[in-house]
Design a protein around this ligand. Structure first.
Ligand code: 2PG
Ligand code: MG
Length: 390
């Protein structure tokens, strides 16, 4: 996006384990070109429909008006006319251009739009990848370390050292240390508990026992029901077939044994009874995060609050498709004391926008992968720069 003097870029990510209720990511579907994943239609929508319609109409700082106009231009509930990927690029680029025009860092501009304070987020680092993100054979998608040393740079250092020790331990055992989609290792381990054991060993060797906690994203939609080799209404994990309540008990046992403080998508995206059971039994003790369940969507969040399905929300800008809607969802979350975790996607880009977003919305937490792969490290580096500025 350009105002004639300044030109900015915004990049749009994509996910491997997308929620069924996310806004539509427009792909060409032409099987002989990029296996159907091309985005020529979305690009044409930006160049031929969105650009002529918004050019000269709004100033980039009028984010709300611009986003409302984009929604109107699309005219559908899930952005299926223009594509959420087409719309989001414009929405994010506008914010970046406004910051440049004002001569302030992006996080500061986002803070003025969002209207709350600023803080550096506590990072959730996905050091061991499973589920749809790797071939490790583990049902759970993300095994994260969650350092709690106080400031951001100390947390980052603890994460990096723990990750390096994790690799060394696996190497010694003759296990693979090749990384999965989000930069975590992906060894073939028989059971979920084996992953926690090796991560805890790494934390201990790194000298961070008690200072680095654990979090998981189960992404349970991916091991639920016939599509994933389980019977109807059941979960398949560690070779066992479990009901929703048995799955809650499975987590309860893990939590009793390991320092897990946060569980995301414990149940499948529409298994409301499963989520409610989880929240009732473990919601007092743990952060329970809705990702595929809530898809950064205000209406889904309203439903989640009313039905008491969880107590925190994962925030992904491309699940909803504009910055202003992301803010509305976050405002609602904060109003109801829900935790907020700004998140990357498994198919992430080098754009570090979400680092500024986490700071400018005072989100408190960020999930942006392991300590490898430069599309993950880009966000950590930007947070280090912001820490210096603050
Ligand atoms: C998730 C995300 C990011 P994906 O489930 O939380 O870690 O994965 O982008 O594949 O949906
Ligand atoms: Mg998730």
């Amino acid at each position: 996006m350009s105002d004639g003097k300044n030109t900015v870029l915004a990049k749009v990510p994509s996910g491997a384990s997308t929620g069924a209720h996310e806004a539509l990511e427009l792909r060409d579907g032409e099987k002989t070109r990029f296996l159907g994943k091309g985005v020529q239609k979305a690009v044409l929508n930006v160049n031929n429909i969105i650009a002529p319609a918004v050019r000269g109409k709004w100033k980039p700082e009028q984010q709300k008006k611009l986003d409302a106009f984009l929604l109107e231009l699309d005219g559908t509930e899930n952005k299926s006319t223009l594509g959420a990927n087409a719309i989001l690029g414009v929405s994010l680029a506008a914010a970046r251009l406004a910051a440049v025009q004002k001569g302030v860092p992006l996080w500061k501009h986002l803070q003025s739009l969002f209207g709350k304070g600023t803080s550096l987020p506590r990072p959730m680092m996905n050091v061991l990848n499973g589920g749809k993100h790797a071939d490790s054979g583990l049902a759970i998608q993300e095994f994260m370390i969650f350092p709690n040393l106080g400031n951001f740079s100390d947390n980052l250092r603890a994460g990096a050292e723990t990750f390096q020790h994790l690799k060394k331990i696996l190497q010694k055992r003759g296990e693979s240390t090749a990384v999965g989609d989000e930069g975590g290792v992906a060894p073939r381990l028989p059971k979920v508990a084996d992953a926690f054991d090796v991560i805890l060993e790494a934390i201990t060797v790194a000298g961070y026992e008690g200072k680095v906690e654990l979090a998981i994203d189960a992404a349970a939609s991916e091991f639920y029901g016939p599509d994933n080799g389980a019977p109807e209404g059941k979960y398949l994990i560690d070779g066992q077939t479990l009901s929703a309540q048995e799955l809650t008990d499975f987590y309860r046992e893990l939590v009793a044994k390991y320092p897990i403080v946060s569980i995301e998508d414990s149940h499948a995206e529409d298994d409301f009874d499963g989520f409610a059971d989880m929240q009732e039994k473990l919601g007092e003790r743990l952060q329970l995060v809705g990702d595929d369940l809530l898809v950064t969507n205000k209406k889904r969040l309203e439903m989640g609050i009313e039905k008491k399905l969880c107590n925190a929300i994962l925030i992904k800008v491309n699940q909803i498709g504009t910055l202003s809607e992301t803010f509305e969802t976050m405002h609602l979350a904060k109003k109801h004391d829900f935790g907020t975790v700004i998140s990357h996607r498994s198919g992430e880009t080098s754009d570090d926008f979400i680092a500024d977003l986490a700071v400018g919305t005072d989100a408190g937490q960020i999930k942006t992968g392991s300590l490898s792969r430069s599309e993950r490290i880009a966000k950590y580096n930007q947070l280090l720069r912001i820490e210096e500025q603050l």
